[in-house]
Design a protein around this ligand. Structure first.
Ligand SMILES: Nc1ncnc2c1ncn2[C@@H]1O[C@H](COP(=O)(O)OP(=O)(O)OP(=O)(O)O)[C@@H](O)[C@H]1O
Ligand SMILES: [Mg+2]
Length: 369
C-alpha cells in the first residue's frame, strides 16, 4: 500500500496544500520549526486511515478557523490499483462527515481499512501516563482496523450501554421494570464478550513481540510486559457475563451507570516488573511506545498481509542517537512519513529521503531550495 499524493483544503492551518510523494523514496521528511503545520499533515493522513482524530479533537476543530468545511483527498495505490480517497466535513446546514472511496460514499465501517496506517506520536505517551481510556482507545483502534466485526461490535456495545444506562434511570424513577434490562444485558454480554476475546488475543500477540522490539530499539536486556485488566475472567462465558450485570444491579442503580464490562478495561506497562507509569524515564516511555507500535505493525501485517504506512510524529526528540539509528533501521521496507524539527533530525541527508520544509502552512521541496 502506498500513499501517492495528498491534498488539503481548509484543514487546520492549511488553506490549500498539495503533496506528491516520490515513488522512488520510501521515506518523506517534513521538517520545520514548532507550530508550522507538520503534525497537521500527519493528522490529515491518519484521518484517511481511521476517521477519528488521533489528537482526540472533534471534527469542528479540524476546520480552518472562520471556515465552514474541510476536505482531505488522497491517491493511494494497493496491488497496482490506484484509488482516490476523501474525507470531508461540513458545518452547515447540519454538521456532516462524508467519507468516499473512488467517488462512492462509504460508512465508517466500510471506509476503515482502505488506507492502512500506524501512527507514532507524542500523544501516545498518554497510553502509559494517562487514564485507562487511552488504553481502550488504542485497543479499539488496532482491532477495528484489522476486523470490521470488531468495529461493528464496538458500535453495538456502546449503543446498548447508552440504552441500559437510560433504562437504569427510568427504573429508579419508577417508570420501568428491572425485567426490561434483560434485552440490553444480553446485547452487552454478546458484544462485550467479542470485544474482550479479541482484545485478549491482541494483547497476547503484542506481548510475544514487545520484549524483542524493546530490546532491539534500546540494546538492553530489559523485560517489558503489557498487562490487560478486564473484569471478565478468561474462562467466563456470556451467562456469567449476565450474572455479573445482575449482581451489580443495585450499585448500577445508585450510580446510574453500568459498572461491569470492557468499557472499564485498562492497560498497564511493566518494565522489569515495575509499573512504568510510576517509575519509567521519558526515554524508556518513548522506547516502550515505539516497541508497542512495531509490535502492532507485526499484528496488523499478520492479520491483513499488507504493510501499513508509518506516520512518525516528532519521534526523534526524546531518543538518543543509538535509538534514533535503530528506529531508522526498523522502518526499512515501509513507506514512512516523518515530522521533525531540524535539530532532532541530524540524518536529514540520509540517502533516499524526500524532504520538505514546512513553514507558515506552506511546504517547500528542500532539493529545490
Ligand atoms: N482549526 C485550525 N485553524 C487554523 N489553525 C489551526 C487550527 N488548528 C490548529 N491550528 C494551528 O496550526 C498550527 C500548526 O500546528 P501543528 O501541530 O501542525 O504544528 P507542528 O509543526 O507540528 O509544531 P510542533 O513542532 O510544535 O509539533 C498551530 O499554530 C495551530 O494554532
Ligand atoms: Mg507537531
Amino acid at each position: 500500500m502506498r500513499l501517492l499524493s495528498l491534498k488539503l483544503e481548509k484543514f487546520r492551518s492549511y488553506e490549500n496544500l498539495s503533496i506528491d510523494f516520490d515513488e522512488n523514496s520510501p521515506v518523506t521528511l517534513l521538517l520545520g520549526e514548532n507550530a508550522q503545520g507538520k503534525t497537521n499533515i500527519l493528522e490529515a493522513i491518519a484521518l484517511l486511515a481511521f476517521p477519528k482524530s488521533f489528537r482526540g479533537v472533534p471534527y469542528h476543530n479540524l476546520i480552518k478557523h472562520d471556515e465552514d468545511f474541510f476536505r482531505i483527498e488522497a491517491k493511494v495505490s494497493s496491488s497496482k490499483v490506484c484509488q482516490e480517497l476523501a474525507v470531508s466535513f461540513v458545518k452547515k446546514p447540519e454538521p456532516r462527515k462524508i467519507l468516499k472511496s473512488g467517488g462512492k460514499k462509504l460508512s465508517d465501517r466500510e471506509f476503515i481499512g482502505t488506507l492502512r496506517a500506524v501512527i507514532f506520536s507524542p500523544e501516545d505517551g498518554k497510553l502509559i501516563s494517562g487514564g485507562p481510556e487511552y488504553g481502550r482507545q488504542f485497543l479499539n483502534m488496532v482491532n477495528a482496523q484489522v476486523d470490521s466485526g470488531y468495529f461493528h461490535a464496538l458500535l453495538q456495545y456502546h449503543k446498548a450501554l447508552k440504552a441500559r444506562n437510560a433504562l437504569l434511570k427510568a427504573i429508579r424513577e419508577g417508570k420501568s421494570q428491572p425485567a426490561e434490562l434483560y434485552f440490553w444485558d444480553n446485547v452487552l454480554a454478546k458484544e462485550g464478550m467479542y470485544l474482550t476475546v479479541r482484545r485478549r488475543e491482541n494483547i497476547d500477540f503484542l506481548n510475544e513481540k514487545l520484549g524483542e522490539q524493546y530490546r532491539s530499539l534500546s540494546e538492553s536486556a530489559h523485560e517489558i510486559l503489557l498487562s490487560y485488566r478486564s473484569q471478565l475472567s478468561v474462562e467466563e462465558k456470556s451467562e456469567q457475563y449476565c450474572e455479573h450485570l445482575t449482581r451489580g444491579l443495585s450499585y448500577d442503580l445508585q450510580t446510574l451507570s453500568t459498572n461491569f464490562g470492557p468499557h472499564r478495561d485498562s492497560l498497564r506497562f511493566f518494565l522489569n516488573g515495575k509499573n512504568m507509569k510510576e517509575f519509567a524515564s521519558r526515554g524508556e516511555i518513548r522506547t516502550a511506545l515505539l516497541a508497542l507500535k512495531f509490535a502492532e505493525l507485526q499484528y496488523r501485517e499478520q492479520k491483513i498481509h499488507q504493510k501499513p504506512l508509518l506516520l512518525l510524529d516528532d519521534v526523534f526528540s526524546e531518543l538518543d542517537s543509538l535509538r534514533q539509528g535503530k528506529l531508522m533501521e526498523k522502518i526499512e521496507g515501509y513507506q514512512t512519513i516523518i515530522t521533525a524539527t531540524r535539530c532532532d533530525m541530524p540524518e536529514r541527508q540520509h540517502r533516499g529521503i524526500q524532504s520538505f520544509y514546512v513553514k507558515d502552512g506552506l511546504i517547500h521541496d528542500i532539493k529545490e531550495r
